[in-house]
Design a binder for this molecule. Structure first.
Ligand code: ZN
Length: 563
């Protein structure tokens, strides 16, 4: 406690001198910032203005209109699904209507993705129920890239959680013809914390005292998998995971069912099945809400025979090409230099991907609309990119960065790399911006302090040296380009919406999105007009594995950091 206070004082003292330096160097056009605030928050509408019209779009801001299109109208946006494509087409037409330049769906291929190509896939039918010993409808959603049941399927339930090779031996020969419950039984403890929250001043203060970070320090643990996996050599683990993937199918299970302890009260969480080999042969797999899972599991544990019936229809389409949505406002005097803004466009299919990440996409689109309609002159080109394939491992942004900027595997730089100013990302849900992660780039602290000073009415502007992971700014950071994600209020992202069947329009807080749009627009404007590009960290060495492909450490970030 004492040590922390000392550090805080040192940090405050450092902060004050940094502001003095920054005030000499960093200029902010307060007229422009004011214009952006009025355009998004004012204009006779917004909070405190005339009543918001039906549909939640105040005059001025268009952000909830964008949200509605991305969620209710076109969502979900599972990468390469028909809905993803329809939403992409809508975004292009909307961006063109606003008069933006070079609007396009930029194609990239998922064919050679190590985790498997991403086919088009959608659910076209689902029903599920317990039929013995009594009837109970089951709240569930089929897991991505699994096949359907080929008509109604009724079978008995078996419980089999596989965490080690010994578990496989234990269940060998016992699962044929069964609907297998594969998750450890969720322990639904009495909830004592609120479902949704904002950062307290104390929690925000806890983010600030850190000094420049040591790479890799404070990273999160290895995630699930248990002790057995941790004790294996990498080769053993790969072999085990390969076998784990096909175990239930090879044993003749007709279907698998899973649940997550966070997925209760009608909520369920899910991801996707493996895509290696032929995903059209993945047996039907359903994620269900924990209370239903547990009732069935308890019946089976009490030796009461349980029969379930499911009728699931899914459709695969062969196209494995994906896209990023791009749009630009050309720079006036330095058009070759680029500032980027974005977030991922794709979602999971359990709901409509509202907080993850229609929110970040809507904010980025609104930033472009604001900058364009205010007719602001910016020296550098401002380019928006809404990424595909983020949920499968930051694939769209990684493919994008590799082409014009640098391949992390070889780090051979291009003129475009030299001309890049910075990238701003939003992907931590609907919570308003409370600050920014420096991503280890201490040189940006005085710059961001000055930028936030002009936005004090909207945010405390907390600046932390910490990294945050799990989203697309990392694709830029990996090749030495300045890429940043904002600190956002947690809200109910981790408890209810992130990858859940309740990630819907209703969970979006309009005032938070509007606040984000103003702040991100101001940051993009500042980056596009300041005399120099943003200062950079040392170039990272080449990473032969191609930059790890997936999402990196979450641990050091705020507890909400997610993707
Ligand atoms: Zn996300």
């Amino acid at each position: 406690m004492r040590l922390r206070n000392t550090l805080l004082l040192l940090t405050l003292a450092g902060g004050i001198s940094a502001i003095l330096v920054a005030q000499q160097q960093e200029q902010v056009d307060l007229n422009v910032i004011h214009k952006l605030k009025v355009a998004e928050l004012g204009g006779g509408g917004g909070r405190g203005g005339p009543p918001t019209p039906p549909g939640g779009t105040p005059p001025g801001s268009k952000i909830m209109d964008i949200m509605w299109n991305l969620t209710d109208r076109y969502g979900p946006r599972l990468t390469n699904s028909p809905q993803f494509e329809a939403a992409g087409a809508w975004a292009v037409s909307q961006l063109k209507e606003w008069g933006l330049s070079n609007v396009a769906l930029e194609k990239w291929s998922t064919k050679d993705v190590p985790s498997g190509a991403i086919p088009g896939w959608q659910v076209t039918g689902y029903s599920g129920a317990m039929v013995e010993p009594t009837y109970m409808p089951i709240i569930g959603v089929p897991v991505a890239w699994t096949k359907g049941t080929g008509g109604p399927l009724t079978a008995e339930v078996a419980l089999a959680t596989i965490n080690s090779p010994t578990d496989m031996d234990k269940y060998h020969g016992k699962l044929k013809g069964k609907i297998v419950f594969t998750s450890a039984i969720p322990d639904l403890t009495f909830p004592t914390t609120p479902l949704a929250s904002r950062y307290t001043p104390e929690q925000l203060a806890d983010l600030t005292p850190d000094v420049i970070n040591v790479p890799g320090a404070g990273r999160g643990g290895g995630g699930r998998g248990g002790a057995a996996l941790a004790n294996m050599t990498p080769e053993e683990r790969t072999a085990f995971q390969e076998k784990q993937r096909s175990f239930f199918r090879d044993e003749g299970a007709v279907m698998t069912v899973q649940a997550d302890p966070r997925g209760q009260s009608g909520t369920l969480f899910g991801g996707g099945a493996a895509r290696q080999g032929d995903p059209t042969q993945n047996i039907p797999q359903v994620s269900i809400t924990a209370e239903h899972y547990n009732r069935i599991a308890r019946l089976v544990e009490h030796n009461v025979p349980v029969k379930l019936t499911f009728d699931i229809k899914t459709e695969f389409t062969p196209n494995t090409d994906s896209f990023n949505v791009v749009a630009e406002i050309p720079g006036t005097t330095k058009p070759n230099e680029v500032v980027m803004v974005g977030g991922h466009f794709d979602s999971w299919h359990y709901a409509t991907g509202a907080t993850d990440n229609a929110a970040g996409s809507a904010v980025a689109m609104e930033v472009m609309r604001l900058l364009k309609t205010q007719n602001l002159k910016m020296a550098r080109t401002v380019r928006m990119a809404l990424w595909g394939g983020e949920e499968e491992g930051l694939l769209g942004s990684a493919a994008y960065v590799k082409a014009p900027f640098a391949d992390p595997a070889v780090m051979k730089l291009t003129p475009e790399h030299n001309n890049f100013a910075g990238y701003f990302n939003i992907d931590n849900g609907t919570g308003r911006i409370r600050g920014i992660y420096l991503q280890g780039n201490e040189m940006m602290r005085p710059v961001f302090e000055t930028w936030f000073a002009a936005l004090k009415d909207l945010t405390p502007g907390v600046i932390t040296i910490r990294d945050t992971g799990g989203t697309d700014h990392q694709s830029f950071d990996r090749v030495g380009l300045p890429g940043f994600q904002f600190i956002q209020d947690p809200m109910d992202y981790n408890t209810r919406t992130h990858h859940s069947n309740m990630d819907t329009y209703d969970r979006i807080q309009a005032a938070d999105l509007e606040q984000m749009a103003v702040i991100e627009a101001a940051f993009v404007y500042n980056a596009a007009t300041r005399p120099d590009k943003l200062p950079r960290k040392e170039l990272p060495p080449p990473t032969p594995a191609g930059g790890r492909g997936g999402r990196g450490g979450r641990g050091a970030a705020a507890p909400t950091a997610g993707n």
